[in-house]
Design a protein around this ligand. Structure first.
Ligand SMILES: Cc1cc2nc3c(=O)[nH]c(=O)nc-3n(C[C@H](O)[C@H](O)[C@H](O)COP(=O)(O)O)c2cc1C
Length: 382
């Protein structure tokens, strides 16, 4: 996919040149209510383990356009264990106490009491806006060894009981669930699970349009996400999977009966994507991508936030993967990836970044990712 790096900063609201407009963007893209919590715009940042920590969330908030940021998933059992050892709160709760709201914290486990206990603490002590339950994780450590995450999709009744327990423990803080279509293509359970989740008192449901067995292969199946809508009477449905441009987000709202969208991978290196989608949904000009120089500053700012928290050595290691996201689609990205994979110190990191995001040099200008909703866009599968 071609990406643009024109010279104007994103999110300044003045940049209309060269921007596509969506004059008849769908009305449905209004604020959502998760119980008492308003999600405005109806755009959710996907929880992503290893990525969506406080540093990333601060950057996403800085650009705006996100209705609900989310933490990485947190193992409820580990939280309880760490607590018993009188250790610090889990690393993944970094920033949660101080961060602006709304904010969702995601937890996983298969024990109703443990989930309820942790959910209740998050709601009361940490005062999070939303407690999200992970029923989509396909990684063996979670789904097979711990029989949690996507493993639970094969038993909608049990899953419903888990949700019910957490809802009761967290009240009035809303509890939401994030699922995949099912465990495997021949066992699609999302509609039964949706009914169980709603009946259990959850405030919203997010569906990633793949099964656990698919991992990230193939395309997200938005027809199956849409089919879930008929099984929900009260709570909003959030669609998730493969949205990587404002055009695809608008197309998703147009074509499918979803109430909100969740964006994950595409916004890791392009945290301004939420703001672009927000503008497109409101029928406003889409802010252009920041210049390469601004992106470089942003990446270095992100680096500083991570190094401040984790120290020079660990921070540099952690930033290797983020830096690859920022470089994606840029000239020299492949070389950058191989170089950044070897950096061991902040000085190395800054040197490698300086080579791919050169300071003050004009940058290649390529096509803006968001397009008007013409026939081409209408065909685009989100
Ligand atoms: C590196 C990585 C980590 C993820 N971690 C989580 C997680 O902690 N909790 C969760 O519910 N989903 C997790 N996911 C799935 C995403 O939330 C999202 O459902 C998926 O990436 C599809 O959305 P996208 O196509 O917009 O990326 C993760 C995905 C990736 C790529």
């Amino acid at each position: 996919m071609a990406e643009a790096y024109p010279e104007l900063p994103a999110n300044d609201g003045r940049n209309t040149s060269n921007s596509a407009e969506f004059p008849d963007a769908p009305r449905r893209a209004g604020p959502l209510m998760f119980g008492p919590v308003a999600i405005d715009p109806p755009l959710l940042q996907a929880p992503m383990a290893g990525f969506t920590n406080y540093a990333y969330r601060q950057i996403v908030r800085q650009f705006g356009g996100v209705g609900l940021p989310a933490t990485e998933m947190l193992c409820a059992r580990s939280f309880v264990w760490q607590d018993a050892q009188r250790a610090e709160p889990p690393e993944r709760l970094w920033g949660v106490l101080d961060e602006p709201r709304p904010l969702a914290v995601q937890i996983w486990d298969n024990d109703p009491q443990v989930l309820a206990q942790v959910g209740s603490r998050l709601a009361r002590e940490f005062r999070v806006s939303v407690v999200d339950l992970n029923f989509g994780c396909p990684v063996p450590r979670v789904a097979q060894r711990a029989q949690s995450g996507s493993y639970l999709l094969q038993d909608p009744e049990r899953l419903g009981r888990l949700v019910e327990c957490v809802v009761r423990a967290c009240h009035p803080t809303p509890v939401t669930a994030k699922i995949r279509l099912g465990c495997r293509p021949e066992q699609i359970t999302c509609c039964e699970v949706a009914e169980a989740v709603e009946q259990a008192g959850a405030a919203a449901l997010t569906v990633h349009g793949r099964t656990a067995r698919d991992l990230f292969r193939g395309q997200a199946d938005w027809e199956r996400i849409a089919a879930v809508k008929a099984h929900l009477r009260r709570i909003p449905l959030i669609g998730n999977g493969d949205l990587d441009s404002a055009a695809k987000a608008v197309a998703a709202f147009r074509r499918y009966p979803v109430d909100g969208l969740m964006i994950g991978r595409a916004a890791l290196g392009r945290p301004w994507l939420f703001r672009q989608i927000q503008a497109a949904l409101a029928g406003q000009p889409i802010p252009e991508e920041p210049s390469a120089e601004l992106q470089r500053e942003l990446l270095l700012h992100h680096f500083e936030l991570v190094v401040q928290r984790f120290g020079a050595e660990k921070g540099t290691m952690l930033m290797r993967k983020y830096a690859c996201c920022y470089a994606q689609g840029r000239p020299g990205a492949r070389q950058f990836r191989s170089q950044v994979a070897r950096v061991a110190s902040p000085a190395d990191f800054r040197n490698v970044v300086a080579r791919v995001f050169p300071k003050g040099r004009p940058t290649a200008c390529v096509t803006q990712t968001a397009e008007p909703p013409n026939a081409e866009t209408e065909r685009a599968r989100p």
